[in-house]
Design a protein around this ligand. Structure first.
Ligand code: IPM
Ligand code: MG
Length: 360
């Protein structure tokens, strides 16, 4: 197959981890007889520096004309970087939000699973981690607080800031359907996370989710309040299969879920619209503190490339080949510093990429 992939390296560790993911894609292309063409685009701080804005319309058009988008990470140190002196709609993150919105990527899939080889990197007690876990967070990505009306103004001499959380029933229904569809292919359980004891938007979320559940009698639906979910994630993560939630709750819970897998450097993500088009990125950030040092863990980005093959190109055996190679490298004891523990072999970012390529 011939496919065009828009590639956004971004900021911080982005260029390093994307570089390794592209090598992995090239290895897959060679082995399975495909041809991938890469269309490199700028977004985030690097685009601010080069073009004066975090995402240009031209870059959006290039992403739209590709078959899928692979992204590293964007942003810098929020206290020291000059990018954060800019108004909020000109900062690196604004580029990512604009891209998600312009591509209609409302469904963000963030799988969090504990590899048994990394159980010692899991910060939870052994009695909890020994049970293992394998969940998928289905985060709504184009609504809620991230895209609601906001303003900061002085009211009676007092500076006041306002953000609004809005969802309509259609936005809730389409993401709930995605969650139930995915749950059907997994362990057939959806935990819908909300704050229905306080928020109107959450009460609507519950109502619509229950309506959707009627079409999936084979899938169990349970509701859980977000504060309780945060607690359950560290108390008994094995109880979760698909976690369905709105944008902001999903942002927070997915960082928590990723940390209990041992490292945020292990978690891929896919952002999808109604078609097979998608944007694939690691769940973690740009880690400016270790950028340029060849220390970052490229596995989350490599696994994002594998999700890209699976969801956008329907290349199942190619995706399996990448995932098996990652599993093998972990079994053989190779670790980047974020997942290193005594008795394992410490490797750099590019070495990890090569080890994975060699096992495909
Ligand atoms: C994420 C990130 C983004 C988000 C930031 C960079 C805007 O934290 O993808 O989880 O909040 O969605
Ligand atoms: Mg986040």
């Amino acid at each position: 197959m011939n496919k065009k992939i828009a590639v956004i390296k971004g900021d911080g560790i982005g260029p390093e981890v994307v570089g390794e993911a592209v090598k992995v894609l090239d290895t897959v292309a060679k082995k399975f007889g495909h041809s991938f063409e890469y269309d490199y685009q700028l977004m985030g701080g690097c685009s601010i520096d080069a073009c004066g804005e975090p995402l240009t319309d031209d870059a959006i058009a290039h992403c739209k004309s590709a078959d899928a988008v692979l992204l590293g990470s964007i942003g810098g140190n929020t206290t020291t970087s000059p990018w954060y002196k800019l108004p909020s709609d000109k900062r690196p993150e604004a580029g990512l939000l604009k891209l998600r919105k312009s591509l209609g990527l409302f469904a963000n899939l963030r799988p969090a699973l504990l590899y048994k080889e990394l159980a010692s990197a899991c910060p939870l007690k052994t009695e909890i981690s020994s049970k293992g876990f394998d969940m998928l967070i289905m985060r709504e990505l184009t609504g809620g607080l991230y895209f609601g009306e906001r303003e900061t103004k002085e009211i009676d001499g007092v500076v006041t800031a306002k953000d609004t959380l809005t969802y309509n029933e259609n936005e809730i229904r389409r993401i709930a359907i995605k969650a139930f569809e995915v749950a059907r292919k997994r362990c057939k359980k959806v935990t819908s996370v909300d704050k229905a004891n306080v928020l109107d938007s959450s009460r609507l979320w519950r109502k619509v989710t229950e309506e959707v559940a009627k079409d999936y009698p084979d899938v169990t639906l349970e509701h859980m309040l977000v504060d309780n979910s945060a607690m359950q994630l560290v108390k008994d993560p094995a109880q979760f299969d698909v976690v369905l939630t709105e944008n902001m709750f999903g942002d927070i819970l997915s960082d928590e879920a990723s940390m209990i897998t041992g490292s945020i450097g292990m978690l891929p993500s896919a952002s999808l619209n109604e078609t097979t088009f998608g944007l694939y990125e690691p769940s973690g950030g740009s880690a400016p503190d270790i950028a340029g040092q060849n220390k970052a863990n490229p596995i989350a980005t490599i696994l994002s490339a594998s999700m890209l093959l699976r969801y956008s190109f329907d290349m199942q055996k190619e995706a399996d080949a990448i995932e098996n190679a990652v599993q093998k490298v972990l079994e053989e004891g190779y670790r980047t510093c974020d997942i290193y523990s005594e008795g394992t072999s410490l490797v750099a970012c590019d070495q990890m990429g090569k080890l994975i390529c060699d096992r495909i």
